[in-house]
Design a protein around this ligand. Structure first.
Ligand code: GCO
Length: 410
């Protein structure tokens, strides 16, 4: 039997994203995409979990469960619904959320952009436009001035590599579906100028996002408050099948190294991992016959987080937060098993001297899983889709118990 006690200041949290839990994000680009006749979304986000109004109950609940931190995003589309028009009401809402965290002894980790931009940005090429860095910097200035003194940790962006990761994982190209041209029409741009964060797998986008990240990082460091700033990456634990060495190296470069190598001056990197990816000479190799498969069609593989934390630390050379880790399955007993194997993997990294600062599960509650809708269940808390009633699952007590004890055995 092994055991590990985490440092006193280690963050134990749950993660969510505004568009996935708040509800009625009407001025966002996603709201437009979800309501296209040719949409690829299983269903619209609608009310989501009404977290916009129910956050006091939700934050009190995660504190009662034993957590000491909460990662959530603020929504640019609410704060600047029309270019140049900033909503004091939206900024005050997020300030009340931050105050609620502190009242509950919760250190808030704020993600300033979790995939979703205002619809108006997409009408001018979104993340393919050279004007976006300055537009985003203006938003960050306003948000930092209004909220910075209450922030514990900040992520400028969530997963700038998601479109490239999806391009390797999805069995079809979103950009080749009728949805793509209809989405371009909806925003009044040519298909090759539709700069959607989640789906435009255009290498030029990362350069624009990276320049924007540097601007945002400097603004947040200079503004009110004093807190670490970084960004998060979608990371698969990439394994090599026989003969796949060069292809796996190419996957690591495209999906991880191109990003990690530019983060060496950041205060941290957020690692977000769910499973492994096995790569053979011709690309992705499907999970072995009989493997347990999740609702996101990935292998049940809790050990992946140990691999990605080690890899991210070795390439970026900065502290790590596990900002997303979890399991999309209806059967919560599998989520319990997942955490019981994943958390020790993080502990082993720390035993070997890797500077891990926190562990955040995805997600606090079952929520809107983008194009998959409300089908996949990632939450440690169930949400009744008819009443929005929250019901903690056994996994909430198990992971909350580890958080409260600040130690793990295996
Ligand atoms: C992501 C996002 C989350 C997802 C979660 C489950 O990594 O795609 O950060 O918004 O919902 O990862 O897929």
């Amino acid at each position: 039997m092994s055991e590990f006690t985490f440092p006193d200041n280690f963050l134990w949290g749950t993660s969510t994203a505004g568009h996935q839990v708040e509800g009625q994000n009407l001025n966002s680009e996603s709201w437009v995409l979800e309501h296209l006749p040719e949409t690829i979304y299983a269903e619209p986000s609608g009310d989501a979990c009404d977290h916009y109004h129910r956050y006091p109950e939700d934050i009190a609940m995660l504190a009662d469960l034993g957590f000491n931190s909460y990662r959530f995003s603020i929504e640019w589309a609410r704060i600047e619904p029309v270019e140049g028009e900033f909503s004091l009401a939206a900024l005050d809402h997020y300030r009340r959320m931050l105050a609620c965290c502190h009242e509950n002894g919760i250190s808030p980790m704020v993600t300033f952009h979790h995939f979703i931009s205002p619809a108006w940005l997409m009408r001018d090429a979104g993340w393919l436009s050279s004007k976006t860095p300055d537009r985003y910097a203006r938003y960050i200035e306003k948000a930092s001035a209004h909220l910075g003194d209450l922030i514990g940790t900040a992520c400028t962006f969530n997963e700038p590599n998601i479109a490239v990761v999806l391009s390797k994982m999805l069995p079809f190209s979103i950009q080749k579906t009728p949805f793509w041209n209809k989405a371009a029409d909806a925003f009044g741009v040519a298909p090759d100028r539709l700069g959607l964060w989640q789906f435009a797998a255009d290498p030029a986008m990362w350069d624009i996002i990276y320049q924007t990240h540097l601007k945002a990082r400097d603004i947040l460091h200079a503004g009110p408050g004093s807190y670490p700033v970084g960004l998060t990456l979608a990371m698969m634990d990439i394994h090599t099948a026989e003969g796949g060495e060069s292809t796996a190296a190419q996957f690591r470069r495209e999906l991880s190294d191109n990003y990690l190598e530019r983060l060496t001056d950041d205060d941290f990197v957020g690692v977000q991992t769910y499973s492994r990816m096995v790569v053979g000479p011709d690309g992705l190799v499907h999970p072995p016959e009989g493997a347990e498969i999740t609702q996101m069609h990935e292998e049940f593989y809790p050990e992946a987080i140990e691999g990605t934390v080690r890899y991210a630390s070795s390439v970026a050379g900065v502290p790590v937060y596990v900002t997303e880790n979890g399991l999309p399955m209806e059967d919560d007993s599998r989520r319990v098993e997942y955490f019981k194997r994943a958390v020790p993997g993080v502990a082993r990294c720390m035993q070997d001297g890797i500077d891990v600062r926190g562990y955040f599960c995805w997600s606090l509650m079952d929520n809107f899983e983008w194009i998959s809708g409300y089908g996949p269940k990632f939450g440690i808390v169930a949400v009744d889709r008819k009443t929005l009633k929250r019901t903690p699952k056994p996994s909430a007590s198990v992971l909350g118990g580890i958080a409260r004890a600040n130690r793990v055995e295996w």
